[in-house]
Design a protein around this ligand. Sequence first.
Ligand code: GAP
Length: 599
Amino acid sequence: MAEPKTNELMETLASLCKRRGFIFQSSEIYGGLNGFWDYGPLGTELKRNIKEQWWRSMTLLREGVVGLDASIIMHPRVWEASGHTSTFSDLMVDCLLTKKRFRADQIESQSGTAYFYTGAADAAAGKESKDTFSVLIETGKHPGYAREVARQFYQQRGLNEPVLEGERSEPVQNTVRYNPENGSLLTEPRPFNLMLKTCVGPVESADNVSYLRPETAQAIFVQFKNVLEVSRQKIPFGICQIGKAFRNEINPRNFTFRSREFEQMELEFFIRPDEAVEAICGRVAKPPGPGHPGEPQPDWGWQLWHQYWVEERLRFYESIGLPRASLVEYWQKPEELAHYARATVDVLYKFPFGKRGQNGELLGEELEGIAARGDFDLSQHQQFAGRPMSVLDEELKAAWPRLDPAKQAELSERFFQSRLKGLLTAGHNPGVAEKQARQDAEGLAKGHYIPHVIEPSAGVDRLALALICEAYSQDQAPDEKGRLETRVVMRFHPRIAPIKAAVFPLLKNKPELVQKAKEVRSLLRPHMSVFYDEAGAIGRRYRRQDEAGTPFGVTIDFDTLGEKGPELKDTVTLRDRDTMKQDRVRIADLVPMLTARIR
Ligand code: GAP
């Protein structure tokens, strides 16, 4: 029942995005390219603000996180080490009739009557096909439909007038083997690697195949040692990056939600293994309970660091206008976890589309994943590149000899077991893994270890879409003649609103008003994005900015010029987008007043 409404809402949003210049289809004049999008003037500002807020919250406002801006194409061995070459794939199925491709996990389960055919013959043409085929139709629907679909299938095999052979039917429950759009049988699921390939250099050959990065994270791991050295950081510390990523998604959908080119904002936060924390602090703190665990402490192990980042990220989303109630914190079940992950929390946003619960309620779709990845990534790059990725932790080196021998032995053994498990999970040969894990345990006693990682990984485009969905609203507002009309308002948080303030002279044919308005625009411009508009009735101009999501409207009228007395001279009306309330404000107060609200 709710689905058509949902689609309608997404269609309304997509059309608003196009009309107002948030998002356009890529290459639209050539018919578009599925899974690729362009951001127009408002969308560009929105994305810039999202990235700026993320960068501020991840680096500028905290200690111990530095940035990286790495290339999109990297050495192909990077993707072997990370596992993307062998395992970064989705299962796909093709419709046997239309060849349309689907992600296997996106086929909805269906029930009905399946019609099976052993082949078909065209006696007049002397041709036959022994390909088997099957069609699912609703129980009770005329079998003629199934036969028509089957005939099309055999026509594609060169039979002009196919006579179907061996028809039989049976009821089928909860199957995902048929195309929900036409009932045709699908191919068996098979893996499809999602990395987009290219060739580097003038010769196209298997030797110079490279990939557009499917995530920004790997560059951070690969540059970990360089960044550590130049930034003079100590564990725990983080490296973050914002940049493009590419995935050849089988079925891009839900507007920009699943695209083939998108931007990620990723932090790799490097922490001590728990055994090192215990050696230094005498214990590893236990999570005190749900919620934010407070300021980081030296005795935090991976669990507390993970919890800390989940809560920090939720706070971030709230700070830019996604209320807590619109978000879902989803803890992946053990069977859902990637093989290297100890825990992963997905932050879901309740988009108007996506999975629904038993009562039709929206369950949300992923905005961000926060994974505790152990030492998998650095360990893999150490192995594949043959370069050490371990660090020397002076505190650990000093603390270890002070431990009593029984504690040393216990921590060494635990560390050995944990390394061994990691290496075996990553597919290393047991003999080699055991030798390596033993060496690493000896290294721990001298203060060396490969850092563990907590990774909050978010998508810029998904967040932009969530903010657009959240901002969209309609209310009633009086028009020029005082009649109520429907107003479309994008209620963006001022921090991420594409345009912060619109400046309007009340009338465009009064040079004194226009001149003053332009002065106000120049005053605000160095501090925020400003839009100047003198065209049309003031009410229409307000509406246009409401739809663009501009939180503040500044109107220059005759009072500003002092025509109603000196006390109002150099004051303007400041209109609030959401309440439509207008206040009289001194021009001199505008900058501090507005900057306080947009920061
Ligand atoms: N380094 C970990 C990683 O890449 P992921 O869950 O595959 O993890 C992280 O991706 C985030 O990137 C997702 O939560 C989502 O916001 C964004 N993302 C992933 N695939 C996307 C796609 N096809 N289109 C838009 N955003 C995508």
